[in-house]
Design a protein around this ligand. Structure first.
Ligand code: SAM
Length: 286
């Protein structure tokens, strides 16, 4: 079989199938075989791994995944890509394609249906950039069956996801993601390996989810809202952000004192452990 992700092969498929790239679906197709192989290497999938792919596009990454893993379950929103993918992978019996918006699916139902009781489940994707954050937050909050996520995204988002306290990019997203998973940037990616070429550079990151989070949150709904409130305005102190989002200032001050945290601290300086302790105690008192 011909490799799908070369520049020549990609333009041939686009022309032959009369496929018009849809920018509103975040369609930027990879045309570099080395990058595709590097993404799959970083994911460490093997013939026992069941893989979820979001947005297979023309199938360039999918082809590598099918050759290395046990099964690939791919979600593609664009109905015009479905016949192309079905034709490309007609000879593979480990390929399962779902024509749905990933944000609308019940992921656990699909995992049960296609992967049964399998324990080695990985997500590998070149994500649509316009919904990177909602996709990751949805999957991390809805399932604990996906053990690792290897994902291409905009470099700026990758930096935020992996950032540590006191670094410019550290924000609510860094805390929410790193509460559930160990996050690491694994590959910087040039914008020149895509068709069409995006206006920004990209990066591949890997998340390894914790079986049991290192810090115990007593109420996750409260915790996730608390994180958003704590970072609501960047230049304000934690106390002022919480006050302006409706928390009782006296109780916030009391909790900070109890936990020996400086009352004029900004959220950017707090570790995940600090946030967990604050959230648990505030939940008790508010
Ligand atoms: N994997 C291909 C590649 O690397 O060449 C294509 C990646 S492209 C950046 C993103 C893909 O996600 C497109 O195929 C697009 O149609 C699909 N997509 C966009 N929004 C989606 C959604 N909500 N659910 C599922 N797929 C989506």
């Amino acid at each position: 079989m011909k490799r799908i992700g070369s520049e020549k092969e990609t333009s041939k498929i686009l022309q032959e199938k009369d496929f018009h790239i849809k920018k509103f679906f975040g369609q930027n197709f990879i045309i570099d075989q080395n990058v595709l192989a590097n993404i799959v290497d970083a994911s460490e999938v093997d013939n026992e791994t069941c893989v979820i792919e979001i947005g297979p596009g023309l199938g360039s990454l999918t082809e590598h995944l099918l050759n290395r893993s046990k099964k690939v379950l791919a979600f593609e929103i664009d109905k015009d890509l479905i016949p192309i993918l079905e034709e490309n992978f007609a000879t593979y019996d480990n390929f399962f394609l779902v024509n749905k918006d990933i944000l609308e699916v019940n992921i656990n139902e699909y995992i049960d249906k296609y992967f049964g009781a399998a324990t080695k489940i990985a997500l590998v994707a070149n994500l649509p950039y316009y919904i990177t954050t909602p996709i990751i937050l949805k999957l991390l909050s809805e399932t604990n069956r996906i053990k690792s996520y290897t994902m291409m995204m905009q470099d700026e988002v990758a930096n935020r996801l992996c950032s540590k306290p006191d670094v410019k990019d550290y924000n609510a997203l860094s805390v929410c993601i790193q509460y559930r998973a160990k996050a690491k940037k694994v590959l910087p990616i040039s914008r020149h390996i895509f068709v069409p070429k995006p206006n920004v550079d990209s990066a591949v990151i890997r998340l390894d989810t914790y079986d049991k989070p290192p810090y115990q949150v007593t109420d996750e709904t409260f915790f996730f809202k608390f994180i958003r409130d704590a970072f609501s305005q960047r230049r304000k102190t934690l106390v002022n952000n919480l006050k302006s989002t409706g928390y009782n200032k006296d109780i916030v001050l009391k909790v900070l004192e109890e936990l020996d945290i400086n009352v004029s601290i900004r959220s950017e300086a707090l570790t995940i452990e600090d946030f967990v302790k604050l959230s648990n105690r505030l939940k008790e008192l508010l």
